[in-house]
Design a protein around this ligand. Structure first.
Ligand SMILES: [Zn+2]
Length: 55
């Protein structure tokens, strides 16, 4: 266990420059921790999977 890595693909790296963009969040789909805006509830990996249902 531990803090999410800065290089974790679940992170929302585009959020990092925002004021509240470096929070530790928990994904409501996979339950994994990721770094991103404090209001995010889905990690970047699950978000990408959701928007491409054909894959
Ligand atoms: Zn996820």
């Amino acid at each position: 266990m531990g803090l999410p890595s800065q290089t974790d693909p679940k992170n929302w790296t585009e959020d990092f420059s925002h004021e509240n963009g470096n929070y530790i969040c928990t994904c409501c789909y996979c339950g994994g921790q990721f770094l991103g805006h404090k209001r995010r509830v889905v990690c970047n990996v699950c978000h990408e999977a959701e928007k491409d249902p054909d894959q």
